[in-house]
Every structure is written in C-alpha cells, then in structure tokens.
Design a protein around this ligand. Sequence first.
Ligand SMILES: NC(=O)C1=CN([C@@H]2O[C@H](COP(=O)(O)OP(=O)(O)OC[C@H]3O[C@@H](n4cnc5c(N)ncnc54)[C@H](O)[C@@H]3O)[C@@H](O)[C@H]2O)C=CC1
Ligand SMILES: CCCCC/C=C\C=C\C(=O)C/C=C\C/C=C\CCCC(=O)O
Length: 256
Amino acid sequence: MSLGGKVAVVTGAAKGIGKAIAEIFLQNGAKVVLLDVDEPAGKSLKYDLDQQFGEDRSLFMKCSVESDEDIKAALQSTVDIFGSIDILCNNAGILKEDDWEKTISINLGGVIRMTYTALEHMNKRSGGQGGVVVNTSSVAGLDPLLSCPAYSATKHGVVAFTRAMAAASSASEYGIRFNVICPVRVQTDFFSSVSQNFGRFSHLLGALQKSSERALDPSEVAECVLDLVMDEMKNGETVLLSQSGKKYVTFPQNLW
Ligand SMILES: NC(=O)C1=CN([C@@H]2O[C@H](COP(=O)(O)OP(=O)(O)OC[C@H]3O[C@@H](n4cnc5c(N)ncnc54)[C@H](O)[C@@H]3O)[C@@H](O)[C@H]2O)C=CC1
Ligand SMILES: CCCCC/C=C\C=C\C(=O)C/C=C\C/C=C\CCCC(=O)O
C-alpha cells in the first residue's frame, strides 16, 4: 500500500508517539489530520509540519476522544477537506490510576468511539473505500503492570477490541484491516509526570523497573505502525515492540 494520496487521522497527535506517527506518514506521502486536546501543542506542531511538508498536507483539529460531538465534527471535516479517511491511528492515552474512569473513557472508550464513527466513512459496505486502523496498546495490554491495574485493563481491552474488529471486518467485508501495537517504555512526556499517577498503587512503582533497558524512541514505534499500514497482508496482528525488536504475538486458539 503506497501512502501517496492517502488520508490518515491520528489521535493524541500533538506530541510523543502520535507526533512520530504523523511525521512518518507525511514523509511517506500521506495527508495527515492531527487530533488532540492540547491546542497549543497541536497548533505548534502543525506550524512546524507546514514548514517541512507544505500547508496543504496536514490539518490540526482540537478533538477529545471522550466527546462524540468532537469526533463526529473532526471526521466530517476530514472528509469534507481531504475527501476520505484511509488510515486511522487510535493513539491518545493517559495513565491516571486515581481517575480510573477517565483512564477507561480515553484509553478504551476513545478507541471504540473513534472507530465506530470512522467506520461510517471507511466501511466499503456503506460507500467508503476501506482502509486500515492501527491502535496503540502497550506491553501492559499483554502482561499487566501491578502498579497500574486500570491502565493495564484498558490496554488489554484495546488488544481485544482490535482482534475482534479485525475478525468482524473480515466476516462483514468492510474492507478495513485492524492491527494493534504493544510497545514497552517509550521516551515521551508520558513518563515525565507518570510517577504521580499511580494513586493507591504508588508504593508498587519500581517493582518491575528494569533500569538498564533503554526506552524506545517514538520513531521506532512509528516505523512499526507504518509497516502495519503498508503491508496489506497484515490484519488482526498484535505486535509487541521492545528493545529487542518486534514480535508478532500469538494467542490460544479453539478455547471453546
Ligand atoms: N510512553 C510510553 O512508554 C508508552 C505509551 N503507550 C501508549 O502510547 C500512547 C501515546 O503515548 P505517549 O505518546 O507516550 O504519550 P504523550 O503523553 O506524550 O502523548 C499523548 C497525547 O494524547 C493527548 N490526549 C490526551 N487525552 C486526550 C483526549 N481525550 N483526546 C485526544 N487526545 C488526548 C495528549 O494531549 C498528548 O498529546 C498512549 O496510548 C500510551 O498509553 C504505550 C506503551 C508505552
Ligand atoms: C521505568 C520503567 C518502566 C517500565 C514500563 C514498561 C512499559 C510501559 C508501558 C506503558 O504503557 C507505560 C505505562 C506505565 C509505565 C509507567 C511505569 C511502570 C512502572 C512499572 C512498575 O514498576 O510497576
């Protein structure tokens, strides 16, 4: 799949992993819609990207993945301005164990809300052109972290939702592939304040730390996302991304 002429929507795009995903898509010829709640950071990134790629290659829209209204408006504007949605990256996420309802609403609810609204534009069965969705889970979506049970639950949910949607899309001929990435620690602002966000489990922080292991660079995660977008054979894949590279995760089959 070439990205020339394709339109990608990325949530949590103003910084960190989302920013790296947006950049690699632009480098590969796509148009990119940057969605984020952080308006100053989003506008500043849009300005920088305009200098590198030209003003007509990206849009920034303030959009919370918690808001159906924001999502509907952002995706309709995307189609009105750029003509289609070909790629969706559900990447926005937070970790606040002491506000677990918000953590669930953004990390899992946001993925489901965005996906169902995007389907209205992408689904081949309802006039769309098909495409690909890549969701950002975490290693915590495969191996729960004891210091953040709610965050781990949301990331397990993102893996399950992605796998179920891949199967549902194939069975229903939506023409949309679904894949999920599960990175270990990545060097972003996520970690600069994370130590205050473990709430009642703060005393467990550090129990699993492997300080000798380097954090991944966001660009390494973006390369993995690009592979999953470009390779049309990839559907229903769960990719664990660690310091030793990427590994396609297999799950037990025929359990019932
Ligand atoms: N940094 C890490 O070590 C890892 C991060 N992840 C996941 O990667 C994703 C991105 O994380 P980072 O780039 O590290 O974090 P980050 O904190 O650098 O960036 C997250 C972005 O999401 C935005 N955001 C927050 N709430 C939002 C909402 N309601 N609607 C729209 N945007 C919203 C923020 O404004 C921010 O720009 C998250 O889902 C995170 O759980 C997964 C594994 C490791
Ligand atoms: C400082 C080393 C942390 C290792 C965490 C590895 C992966 C992180 C994945 C994420 O999605 C980020 C989520 C939470 C990580 C923050 C701290 C984890 C601390 C783990 C622990 O000691 O319980």
